[in-house]
Design a protein around this ligand. Structure first.
Ligand code: DOR
Ligand code: ZN
Ligand code: ZN
Length: 393
Protein backbone atom coordinates (compact mmCIF):
# COMPACT_ATOMS: atom_id res chain seq x y z
CA UNK A 1 0.00 0.00 0.00
CA UNK A 2 1.30 3.43 -0.91
CA UNK A 3 0.48 6.59 1.02
CA UNK A 4 1.36 9.74 -0.91
CA UNK A 5 3.24 12.22 1.29
CA UNK A 6 4.35 14.82 -1.20
CA UNK A 7 4.86 18.16 0.56
CA UNK A 8 3.63 16.73 3.87
CA UNK A 9 5.02 16.78 7.38
CA UNK A 10 5.69 13.64 9.45
CA UNK A 11 5.36 14.07 13.20
CA UNK A 12 5.29 11.79 16.25
CA UNK A 13 1.70 10.77 17.09
CA UNK A 14 -0.08 13.31 19.25
CA UNK A 15 -0.64 12.70 22.96
CA UNK A 16 -3.63 14.34 24.64
CA UNK A 17 -3.34 14.64 28.42
CA UNK A 18 -6.94 15.80 28.79
CA UNK A 19 -9.89 14.10 27.07
CA UNK A 20 -13.42 13.39 28.29
CA UNK A 21 -14.83 10.20 26.75
CA UNK A 22 -18.01 9.85 28.88
CA UNK A 23 -17.77 6.07 29.22
CA UNK A 24 -19.01 4.81 31.60
CA UNK A 25 -22.15 6.84 32.22
CA UNK A 26 -22.96 9.14 29.31
CA UNK A 27 -22.52 6.92 26.27
CA UNK A 28 -25.22 8.98 24.55
CA UNK A 29 -22.63 11.79 24.22
CA UNK A 30 -19.36 9.87 23.61
CA UNK A 31 -18.02 6.36 24.01
CA UNK A 32 -14.49 5.02 24.13
CA UNK A 33 -15.14 3.82 20.57
CA UNK A 34 -16.45 7.12 19.16
CA UNK A 35 -13.88 9.16 21.08
CA UNK A 36 -11.09 6.87 19.85
CA UNK A 37 -12.24 7.50 16.27
CA UNK A 38 -12.19 11.26 16.87
CA UNK A 39 -8.71 10.94 18.40
CA UNK A 40 -7.29 8.90 15.49
CA UNK A 41 -8.75 11.36 12.96
CA UNK A 42 -7.14 14.19 14.94
CA UNK A 43 -3.70 12.55 14.74
CA UNK A 44 -3.58 11.23 18.32
CA UNK A 45 -1.98 7.92 19.24
CA UNK A 46 -2.55 8.30 22.99
CA UNK A 47 -5.24 10.09 24.98
CA UNK A 48 -5.81 10.40 28.72
CA UNK A 49 -9.48 9.86 29.57
CA UNK A 50 -10.55 12.04 32.49
CA UNK A 51 -12.01 10.62 35.67
CA UNK A 52 -15.35 12.48 35.80
CA UNK A 53 -17.35 9.56 34.45
CA UNK A 54 -20.30 7.86 36.11
CA UNK A 55 -19.25 5.92 38.11
CA UNK A 56 -16.23 8.12 38.78
CA UNK A 57 -12.88 6.54 37.87
CA UNK A 58 -11.84 6.31 41.51
CA UNK A 59 -11.33 2.53 41.51
CA UNK A 60 -9.33 0.02 39.53
CA UNK A 61 -12.58 -1.50 38.23
CA UNK A 62 -13.28 1.64 36.20
CA UNK A 63 -9.70 2.49 35.24
CA UNK A 64 -9.00 -1.05 34.03
CA UNK A 65 -12.23 -1.06 32.02
CA UNK A 66 -11.25 2.16 30.25
CA UNK A 67 -7.84 0.79 29.28
CA UNK A 68 -9.17 -2.61 28.18
CA UNK A 69 -11.98 -1.12 26.12
CA UNK A 70 -9.55 1.26 24.43
CA UNK A 71 -7.27 -1.65 23.49
CA UNK A 72 -10.26 -3.61 22.18
CA UNK A 73 -11.23 -0.68 19.93
CA UNK A 74 -7.59 -0.44 18.92
CA UNK A 75 -7.50 3.06 17.40
CA UNK A 76 -5.58 4.90 20.10
CA UNK A 77 -4.11 4.05 23.50
CA UNK A 78 -6.75 5.24 25.97
CA UNK A 79 -4.96 5.82 29.26
CA UNK A 80 -7.29 6.10 32.22
CA UNK A 81 -6.92 9.08 34.52
CA UNK A 82 -7.80 8.11 38.08
CA UNK A 83 -9.66 10.34 40.50
CA UNK A 84 -7.51 11.78 43.30
CA UNK A 85 -10.32 11.35 45.82
CA UNK A 86 -13.16 8.89 46.35
CA UNK A 87 -15.86 10.64 44.34
CA UNK A 88 -14.82 13.89 42.72
CA UNK A 89 -14.16 16.59 45.30
CA UNK A 90 -14.21 13.84 47.93
CA UNK A 91 -12.66 14.12 51.37
CA UNK A 92 -10.71 10.88 51.22
CA UNK A 93 -7.85 9.96 48.91
CA UNK A 94 -8.64 7.25 46.37
CA UNK A 95 -6.54 4.07 46.23
CA UNK A 96 -4.14 5.48 43.69
CA UNK A 97 -1.66 2.64 44.26
CA UNK A 98 -4.20 -0.01 43.28
CA UNK A 99 -5.15 1.92 40.12
CA UNK A 100 -1.48 2.45 39.25
CA UNK A 101 -0.82 -1.29 39.65
CA UNK A 102 -3.81 -2.35 37.48
CA UNK A 103 -3.67 -3.26 33.79
CA UNK A 104 -4.69 0.35 33.13
CA UNK A 105 -1.40 1.36 34.83
CA UNK A 106 -2.75 4.77 35.83
CA UNK A 107 0.00 7.40 35.60
CA UNK A 108 -2.04 10.51 36.21
CA UNK A 109 -4.75 11.43 38.72
CA UNK A 110 -7.15 14.34 38.61
CA UNK A 111 -10.46 15.42 40.07
CA UNK A 112 -11.36 17.05 36.76
CA UNK A 113 -14.70 18.76 36.99
CA UNK A 114 -13.58 19.63 40.51
CA UNK A 115 -10.46 20.98 42.10
CA UNK A 116 -8.84 19.46 45.21
CA UNK A 117 -9.59 22.54 47.26
CA UNK A 118 -8.53 21.41 50.73
CA UNK A 119 -4.83 22.34 50.90
CA UNK A 120 -3.94 19.63 53.41
CA UNK A 121 -5.64 16.96 51.28
CA UNK A 122 -3.81 18.26 48.20
CA UNK A 123 -0.50 18.13 50.06
CA UNK A 124 -1.18 14.52 51.08
CA UNK A 125 -2.26 13.67 47.53
CA UNK A 126 0.99 15.09 46.15
CA UNK A 127 3.06 13.08 48.64
CA UNK A 128 1.13 9.86 47.98
CA UNK A 129 1.40 10.35 44.21
CA UNK A 130 5.10 11.08 44.50
CA UNK A 131 5.70 7.86 46.47
CA UNK A 132 3.99 5.96 43.62
CA UNK A 133 5.77 7.85 40.85
CA UNK A 134 2.51 9.16 39.40
CA UNK A 135 1.35 12.67 38.60
CA UNK A 136 -1.42 14.85 40.01
CA UNK A 137 -3.10 17.08 37.40
CA UNK A 138 -4.93 19.90 39.11
CA UNK A 139 -7.97 21.49 37.59
CA UNK A 140 -7.21 24.94 39.02
CA UNK A 141 -10.56 26.37 40.04
CA UNK A 142 -11.08 27.47 43.64
CA UNK A 143 -14.69 26.30 44.06
CA UNK A 144 -15.64 29.01 46.54
CA UNK A 145 -14.91 31.56 43.79
CA UNK A 146 -16.58 29.79 40.89
CA UNK A 147 -20.15 29.23 42.04
CA UNK A 148 -22.56 29.60 39.12
CA UNK A 149 -19.92 31.36 37.12
CA UNK A 150 -19.59 31.39 33.33
CA UNK A 151 -17.17 34.21 32.59
CA UNK A 152 -14.63 36.35 34.40
CA UNK A 153 -15.45 39.82 35.63
CA UNK A 154 -14.32 41.45 32.37
CA UNK A 155 -16.25 43.90 30.23
CA UNK A 156 -18.16 41.43 28.03
CA UNK A 157 -19.38 39.42 30.98
CA UNK A 158 -20.48 42.57 32.78
CA UNK A 159 -22.33 43.81 29.72
CA UNK A 160 -24.20 40.54 29.40
CA UNK A 161 -24.95 40.31 33.08
CA UNK A 162 -23.16 36.97 33.34
CA UNK A 163 -21.90 36.04 36.77
CA UNK A 164 -18.18 36.47 37.19
CA UNK A 165 -15.59 33.68 37.31
CA UNK A 166 -12.61 35.57 38.58
CA UNK A 167 -9.02 35.02 37.53
CA UNK A 168 -8.24 34.51 41.20
CA UNK A 169 -10.24 31.26 41.11
CA UNK A 170 -7.57 29.81 38.85
CA UNK A 171 -4.49 31.72 39.90
CA UNK A 172 -4.90 31.24 43.64
CA UNK A 173 -4.87 27.45 43.16
CA UNK A 174 -1.92 27.58 40.72
CA UNK A 175 0.10 29.62 43.23
CA UNK A 176 -0.94 27.41 46.16
CA UNK A 177 -0.16 24.16 44.37
CA UNK A 178 3.21 25.43 43.15
CA UNK A 179 4.10 26.10 46.80
CA UNK A 180 2.69 22.76 47.97
CA UNK A 181 4.71 20.95 45.30
CA UNK A 182 7.83 22.87 46.39
CA UNK A 183 7.40 21.97 50.05
CA UNK A 184 6.49 18.34 49.33
CA UNK A 185 9.30 18.14 46.76
CA UNK A 186 6.90 16.68 44.19
CA UNK A 187 5.63 17.40 40.71
CA UNK A 188 2.29 18.98 39.88
CA UNK A 189 0.56 19.53 36.54
CA UNK A 190 -1.83 22.41 35.87
CA UNK A 191 -4.81 21.66 33.63
CA UNK A 192 -6.07 24.17 31.06
CA UNK A 193 -4.22 27.39 31.93
CA UNK A 194 -6.44 30.27 30.84
CA UNK A 195 -5.10 33.55 32.20
CA UNK A 196 -2.05 35.76 31.69
CA UNK A 197 -1.58 35.57 35.46
CA UNK A 198 -1.30 31.77 35.35
CA UNK A 199 1.43 32.07 32.73
CA UNK A 200 3.31 34.48 35.04
CA UNK A 201 2.87 32.19 38.05
CA UNK A 202 4.06 29.08 36.21
CA UNK A 203 7.04 31.02 34.90
CA UNK A 204 7.87 32.20 38.41
CA UNK A 205 7.52 28.68 39.85
CA UNK A 206 9.73 27.15 37.16
CA UNK A 207 12.28 29.88 37.85
CA UNK A 208 12.30 28.75 41.50
CA UNK A 209 13.08 25.20 40.39
CA UNK A 210 9.61 23.89 41.28
CA UNK A 211 8.53 20.80 39.26
CA UNK A 212 5.44 22.29 37.70
CA UNK A 213 4.06 21.70 34.21
CA UNK A 214 1.04 23.21 32.49
CA UNK A 215 -1.21 22.68 29.51
CA UNK A 216 -3.34 25.05 27.42
CA UNK A 217 -6.38 24.09 25.33
CA UNK A 218 -6.75 24.90 21.63
CA UNK A 219 -9.88 26.94 22.38
CA UNK A 220 -8.09 29.17 24.88
CA UNK A 221 -5.41 29.78 22.22
CA UNK A 222 -7.97 30.90 19.64
CA UNK A 223 -11.17 32.22 21.20
CA UNK A 224 -11.75 35.16 23.51
CA UNK A 225 -14.69 36.46 25.49
CA UNK A 226 -16.04 38.51 22.58
CA UNK A 227 -17.56 35.15 21.61
CA UNK A 228 -19.91 35.44 24.57
CA UNK A 229 -21.79 38.31 22.93
CA UNK A 230 -23.89 35.84 20.96
CA UNK A 231 -25.08 34.14 24.17
CA UNK A 232 -24.56 30.86 22.31
CA UNK A 233 -23.92 28.20 24.95
CA UNK A 234 -21.48 26.41 22.63
CA UNK A 235 -19.01 29.00 23.99
CA UNK A 236 -19.59 28.01 27.59
CA UNK A 237 -16.52 26.23 28.91
CA UNK A 238 -14.55 25.80 32.12
CA UNK A 239 -12.36 27.73 32.56
CA UNK A 240 -14.20 30.42 30.59
CA UNK A 241 -12.98 32.17 27.46
CA UNK A 242 -10.89 35.12 28.64
CA UNK A 243 -9.80 38.41 27.15
CA UNK A 244 -7.66 38.89 24.04
CA UNK A 245 -4.70 39.86 26.26
CA UNK A 246 -4.92 36.45 27.96
CA UNK A 247 -5.01 34.70 24.59
CA UNK A 248 -1.84 36.57 23.57
CA UNK A 249 -0.10 35.66 26.85
CA UNK A 250 -1.04 31.97 26.49
CA UNK A 251 0.33 31.85 22.95
CA UNK A 252 3.57 33.50 24.02
CA UNK A 253 3.81 31.21 27.06
CA UNK A 254 3.44 28.14 24.84
CA UNK A 255 6.01 29.49 22.36
CA UNK A 256 8.47 30.14 25.22
CA UNK A 257 7.95 26.71 26.83
CA UNK A 258 6.48 28.19 30.04
CA UNK A 259 3.30 26.35 29.09
CA UNK A 260 4.50 22.87 28.25
CA UNK A 261 1.87 21.45 25.98
CA UNK A 262 -1.52 21.59 24.31
CA UNK A 263 -4.30 19.37 25.72
CA UNK A 264 -7.76 19.40 24.20
CA UNK A 265 -10.18 19.15 27.17
CA UNK A 266 -12.41 17.49 24.56
CA UNK A 267 -15.78 17.69 26.36
CA UNK A 268 -18.72 16.21 24.43
CA UNK A 269 -22.21 17.23 25.53
CA UNK A 270 -25.71 16.30 24.36
CA UNK A 271 -27.65 18.82 22.32
CA UNK A 272 -30.21 19.33 25.08
CA UNK A 273 -27.40 20.25 27.49
CA UNK A 274 -26.02 22.90 25.11
CA UNK A 275 -29.09 24.34 23.41
CA UNK A 276 -30.49 25.88 26.53
CA UNK A 277 -29.85 29.10 28.38
CA UNK A 278 -26.22 29.99 28.92
CA UNK A 279 -26.58 29.88 32.70
CA UNK A 280 -27.82 26.27 32.78
CA UNK A 281 -25.93 24.80 29.79
CA UNK A 282 -23.07 22.41 30.54
CA UNK A 283 -19.54 23.71 30.08
CA UNK A 284 -17.26 22.15 27.49
CA UNK A 285 -16.35 21.92 23.80
CA UNK A 286 -15.22 19.24 21.37
CA UNK A 287 -11.51 19.38 20.60
CA UNK A 288 -9.87 16.18 19.33
CA UNK A 289 -10.57 16.50 15.61
CA UNK A 290 -9.70 20.20 15.37
CA UNK A 291 -6.70 20.47 17.73
CA UNK A 292 -3.94 20.34 15.11
CA UNK A 293 -5.65 22.90 12.89
CA UNK A 294 -6.14 25.31 15.78
CA UNK A 295 -2.48 24.97 16.79
CA UNK A 296 -1.46 25.72 13.21
CA UNK A 297 -3.82 28.70 13.04
CA UNK A 298 -2.77 30.21 16.38
CA UNK A 299 0.91 29.22 16.65
CA UNK A 300 2.41 28.17 13.29
CA UNK A 301 0.74 30.76 11.05
CA UNK A 302 1.84 33.74 13.22
CA UNK A 303 5.38 32.33 13.44
CA UNK A 304 5.28 31.42 17.14
CA UNK A 305 6.06 27.74 16.54
CA UNK A 306 7.65 25.79 13.70
CA UNK A 307 6.87 22.13 12.99
CA UNK A 308 9.53 21.02 15.47
CA UNK A 309 7.62 23.07 18.03
CA UNK A 310 4.33 21.42 17.04
CA UNK A 311 5.92 18.01 17.69
CA UNK A 312 7.03 19.30 21.08
CA UNK A 313 3.70 20.71 22.30
CA UNK A 314 1.36 18.05 20.87
CA UNK A 315 3.50 14.96 21.38
CA UNK A 316 6.93 15.01 23.00
CA UNK A 317 6.24 17.15 26.08
CA UNK A 318 2.92 15.55 27.00
CA UNK A 319 4.48 12.08 26.64
CA UNK A 320 7.40 13.15 28.85
CA UNK A 321 5.10 14.67 31.47
CA UNK A 322 3.34 11.35 32.07
CA UNK A 323 6.37 9.22 31.24
CA UNK A 324 4.92 7.25 28.33
CA UNK A 325 7.64 4.86 27.21
CA UNK A 326 6.62 4.39 23.59
CA UNK A 327 4.97 7.64 22.56
CA UNK A 328 5.95 11.18 21.75
CA UNK A 329 9.53 10.45 20.83
CA UNK A 330 11.50 12.44 18.37
CA UNK A 331 11.48 10.33 15.24
CA UNK A 332 14.52 8.10 15.60
CA UNK A 333 15.61 4.80 14.15
CA UNK A 334 14.14 1.94 16.15
CA UNK A 335 11.25 3.89 17.68
CA UNK A 336 7.75 2.36 17.46
CA UNK A 337 5.88 3.91 14.52
CA UNK A 338 3.42 6.08 16.42
CA UNK A 339 3.23 8.75 13.78
CA UNK A 340 1.01 11.31 12.14
CA UNK A 341 1.27 12.60 8.61
CA UNK A 342 0.02 16.16 8.17
CA UNK A 343 -0.76 18.15 5.06
CA UNK A 344 0.28 21.70 6.02
CA UNK A 345 -1.22 23.23 2.87
CA UNK A 346 -4.66 21.69 3.15
CA UNK A 347 -7.64 23.55 4.55
CA UNK A 348 -11.06 22.30 5.56
CA UNK A 349 -14.39 23.59 6.77
CA UNK A 350 -15.63 22.23 10.08
CA UNK A 351 -19.08 20.62 9.93
CA UNK A 352 -20.18 19.01 13.17
CA UNK A 353 -22.21 16.33 11.42
CA UNK A 354 -19.04 15.10 9.71
CA UNK A 355 -17.13 14.73 12.98
CA UNK A 356 -16.70 11.25 14.44
CA UNK A 357 -17.77 12.45 17.87
CA UNK A 358 -21.29 11.49 18.90
CA UNK A 359 -21.78 15.05 20.14
CA UNK A 360 -21.81 18.17 17.98
CA UNK A 361 -20.66 20.93 20.36
CA UNK A 362 -17.78 22.32 18.34
CA UNK A 363 -17.19 26.07 18.61
CA UNK A 364 -15.62 26.03 15.13
CA UNK A 365 -18.75 25.15 13.11
CA UNK A 366 -18.46 26.51 9.53
CA UNK A 367 -14.96 27.86 10.14
CA UNK A 368 -12.32 27.12 7.52
CA UNK A 369 -9.16 25.92 9.26
CA UNK A 370 -5.63 25.26 7.99
CA UNK A 371 -3.76 21.91 7.88
CA UNK A 372 -5.20 18.43 7.98
CA UNK A 373 -4.23 15.01 9.27
CA UNK A 374 -3.58 12.75 6.27
CA UNK A 375 -2.84 9.55 8.18
CA UNK A 376 -2.29 8.35 11.73
CA UNK A 377 -0.20 5.28 12.60
CA UNK A 378 -0.45 3.42 15.89
CA UNK A 379 2.52 1.06 16.23
CA UNK A 380 2.73 0.97 12.47
CA UNK A 381 -0.92 0.29 11.76
CA UNK A 382 -2.96 2.95 9.94
CA UNK A 383 -5.78 4.05 12.29
CA UNK A 384 -7.04 6.95 10.20
CA UNK A 385 -6.48 7.98 6.62
CA UNK A 386 -7.93 10.73 4.44
CA UNK A 387 -10.65 11.53 6.95
CA UNK A 388 -11.69 7.92 7.54
CA UNK A 389 -11.06 5.67 10.49
CA UNK A 390 -9.48 2.32 9.74
CA UNK A 391 -10.72 -0.32 12.12
CA UNK A 392 -8.65 -3.40 12.80
CA UNK A 393 -9.69 -6.40 10.67
O1 DOR B 1 -15.63 22.80 30.25
C1 DOR B 1 -15.28 21.76 30.77
N1 DOR B 1 -16.01 20.63 30.68
N2 DOR B 1 -14.16 21.75 31.46
C2 DOR B 1 -13.78 20.69 32.16
O2 DOR B 1 -12.71 20.68 32.63
C3 DOR B 1 -14.71 19.54 32.34
C4 DOR B 1 -15.48 19.39 31.13
C5 DOR B 1 -16.55 18.36 31.15
O3 DOR B 1 -16.38 17.30 31.74
O4 DOR B 1 -17.56 18.60 30.53
ZN1 ZN C 1 -11.26 21.55 34.04
ZN1 ZN D 1 -11.66 18.67 31.52
Amino acid sequence: EIIEADGQVLLPGFVDLHTHLREPGREDTETIESGSAAAALGGFTAVFAMANTNPVADSVVVTDHVWRRGQEVGLVDVHPVGAVTVGLAGKQLAEMGTMAAGVGAVRMFSDDGHCVDDPLLMRRALEYASSLGVLIAQHAEEPRLTVGAVAHEGPTAAKLGLAGWPRAAEESIVARDALLARDANTRVHICHASTAGTVELVKWAKGQGISITAEVTPHHLLLDDSRLETYDAVNKVNPPLREATDVAALRQGLADGVIDCVATDHAPHAEQDKCCEFAVARPGMLGLETALSIVVETMVAPGLLDWRGVARVLSERPAEIVGLPDQGRPIEIGEPANLVLVDPNASWTVTSKDLASISANTPYESMTLPARVTATFLRGRVTAQAGHVRKRD
